[in-house]
Design a protein around this ligand. Structure first.
Ligand code: ADP
Ligand code: F6P
Length: 471
């Protein structure tokens, strides 16, 4: 196929660009997109010469390509029907719940699957035009699982990698998906597939072995050999954050002063707890609030001494499951504050909006205990950000159902479904001695400093370059 004038040795494809087109004061402006994928890839790509293909966040015609942070951003158009069927439907109504233990029941519709395929083809065509001869194309996340196959058909010369930011479900759940074979075949056209945990890579390999029985494939160790002679390796490459960047930001006078100001505005509580999540049913916000509500009621937390900030970033707001969780969370916060506030001093501060990085850093610095309690999460970068930002006096309560729990073993691990034990874990974290907190935080500091996002990207790109061999 004809190549465009402008070609790149590294092309990133993700559902979203790092910036979203939003209306502000009657004007259209670009604003940072939500979520961990953008947090991670923004720092990986800054200073690299590459292109990023993604949706602008609004339906209709795609804006023209533009430069940002030394990167070429190429918007891909999605019609209103495609936003409904590919993004809200197949991606977030079928794949997302299926990949998160069916916390809400997934819905399957043939129309959604057709739109998913069309959009994946469009992304592949855009990448095929932008990639230089033998370039590397790095595809991201569950929204683009068929793209590797469509891209391989157009450009057999490319090195194609895919990274899954979310869990890959066990085969017993994955096999519910009517389009399961198409997803696996789509991915197998890549040279290397990266997953958050070993379990995710194993789930994928097991799904290939068990479900593609008519495809004449063979799975040897972590490599799948397909009938056409292609080989695709699948392995764990856990994602991370720009640890030094976050630590430096958190150490600035501006952020430290702001952290002190936040505590003061809350009446200088003895203990400040914090939760930061997209408002998603996977994040366990309901369970967390239930635990805290019981603790305020029973008196194991004193509402005048212990305050809780919950940041809940708006997300996928047109989907019913997200409207439900929003309603539940807001009702519970209202109830807790109704029962336990004194004048001008509610125990829970609920913030339903986006914040600049330095304000997020100030909250991390201000909080004595960070509560990260998802029911299932691919990694959870917020947990790592808290560790990077906070000094040795902090404490992290972390769900066993996050990818981060594999690495941050010195956190206070909890099972968020077990409300009684979660409550005890929160009390342990609050009451831990300074020595115990320091010991745990020091170990976690070492972990996130050693395994930062740059190292993750280098590992992924090296794995991809030498696949199907191991580096
Ligand atoms: P997910 O990708 O599921 O949203 P992660 O925890 O991996 O979850 O990543 C979330 C990212 O979004 C983190 O970098 C976090 O700091 C950022 N973030 C979350 N809420 C907000 C907010 N209200 N304003 C700004 N950034 C936020
Ligand atoms: O990996 C989680 C994820 O789906 C990412 O693709 C994205 O960073 C984030 O959640 C935000 O979701 P959305 O793009 O649907 O707003």
């Amino acid at each position: 196929m004809p190549l465009s004038q402008e070609r790149f040795d590294l092309v990133i494809a993700a559902n979203r660009l790092p910036v979203d087109r939003v209306r502000e004061g009657g004007r259209s402006v670009w604003r940072r997109s939500p979520g961990g994928l953008v947090t991670a890839m923004e720092s990986v790509m800054s200073g690299r010469d590459g292109a990023w293909i993604g949706w602008s966040g609004v339906p209709g015609k795609a804006p023209a390509a533009f430069e940002q942070g030394g990167m070429r951003l190429h918007p891909v158009a999605l019609s209103a029907e495609e936003v409904r069927d590919y993004y809200e439907g197949f991606s977030n109504g079928s794949l997302w719940p299926l990949s998160h233990d069916d916390i809400v029941p997934p819905t399957f519709k043939r129309r959604w699957q057709a739109a998913y395929e069309t959009v994946n083809r469009r992304f592949a065509e855009a990448a095929a035009k932008l990639a230089a001869e033998k370039a590397t194309v790095w595809v991201h996340d569950y929204q683009l699982q068929q793209m590797p196959q469509f891209l391989r058909e157009l450009r057999p010369d490319l090195r194609i990698g895919w990274f899954n930011h979310i869990p890959f479900p066990p085969v017993e759940l994955f096999m519910q998906l009517p389009a399961r074979d198409a997803m696996l075949r789509g991915l197998l056209a890549a040279d290397f597939l990266g997953f958050q945990r070993r379990t995710d890579a194993q789930n994928f390999l097991r799904a290939c072995r068990q479900l593609l029985v008519d495809d004449d494939i063979s799975v040897r160790a972590d490599v799948v050999h397909t009938a056409d002679g292609h080989e695709c390796r699948a392995a764990a490459v856990p994602i991370s954050i720009d640890t030094r960047g976050m630590a430096e930001l958190a150490a600035t006078a501006k952020v430290r002063e702001r952290a002190a100001e936040i505590r003061e505005q809350l009446g200088n509580p003895k203990h400040l707890l914090l939760g930061v999540d997209r408002l998603d049913y996977t994040k366990g916000i309901r369970h967390r609030l239930k635990a805290l509500e019981e603790m305020y009621r029973e008196g194991s937390l004193d509402p005048t001494e212990t305050k809780f900030i919950q940041v809940a970033t708006p997300s996928r707001e047109r989907l019913e499951a997200y409207q439900h969780i929003k309603r539940d969370v807001e009702q519970t916060v209202g109830r807790i504050n109704g029962e336990h506030s004194s004048f001008g001093a509610p125990p829970v501060t609920y913030l339903h909006r986006s914040f600049p990085r330095d304000e997020m850093a100030a909250m991390f610095v201000a909080a004595d205990v960070m509560l990260v309690t998802p029911l299932r999460d691919g990694m959870n970068l917020v947990a790592k950000e808290y560790v990077a930002a906070h000094d040795e006096t902090g404490a992290l309560v972390l769900s066993e159902f996050t990818g981060a729990a594999n690495e941050l073993k010195q956190s206070y691990l909890c099972n968020p479904h077990d409300i009684a034990r979660t409550k005890r874990t929160i009390v342990r974290a609050i009451e831990a001695s300074p020595e115990e907190r320091a010991r745990r935080m020091r170990a976690m500091h070492r972990q996130v400093l050693r395994h930062d996002v740059q190292r993750w990207a280098e590992r992924f790109l090296t794995d991809l370059a030498v696949a199907p061999r191991q580096p």
